[in-house]
Design a protein around this ligand. Sequence first.
Ligand code: F6R
Length: 248
Amino acid sequence: MIIVKAQNYDEISKKAASYIAAQVQLKPACVLGLATGSTPCGTYQELIRYHREEGLSFQKVRTINLDEYYGLPATHEQSYSHFMRKNLFDHIDILAENTHVPDGLATNPNAFGREYDELIASLGGIDMQLLGIGSNGHIAFNEPGNCFVAQTRLVDLNQNTIEDNARFFESAEEVPRQAISMGMKSILGAKRILILASGKGKADAVKGMLEGSVDPLLPASILQLHQNVTLIADLAALSQTAESVLQS
Ligand code: F6R
């Protein structure tokens, strides 16, 4: 794994956006895997700037999002579909039909998950996958457990994730208890993975991902098996990781 050290959140966002912009320039019809949450917001802001000020076009880009809360319609303010429109899609020239976010109202979410994986395969797989990391080490909503799960499917959110995400809702009670999450097969199938981590709250998860064994109790550790992963993290997120690991 390549580790890119950033001084702060702003620098993470600029660096991450520059990798994504380069990907779009190199392959205008690329497939980008996208994440939601706090971490990628600055990256999306910077991509909007690339579009407005430097003429970066997303007209041929296809996007696939990692996850969606189960039970929320795409119009709900806290749905990830809404998040993507508000934070990125509405501000660039991407075609709505080229963007894909799991359907939080799918009546048969596991069948939907199989179709979502097939869709990713039919697009030729993901060229660049953007990931955040949960404070418990989750990627997408693949929560810590006793095995890694390959398929996109309905998942139960951990109490810890519900509490972390309560900041976006009026109260923790309002956070949906389930989500449709991309599975490890489609994530690891991406040709290149960019994982972002900012702040002290991520420091233990980052340390576990980099230093621990590959263990489903820390889902991000599976990224050790991928050939092309770049972690962009600030000093706070790297504060628990041994210097010897950062230099290797
Ligand atoms: C979001 C996602 C999650 C987040 C993670 C970190 O689509 O898949 O895995 O990346 O929960 O969230 P933030 O960035 O809010 O700390």
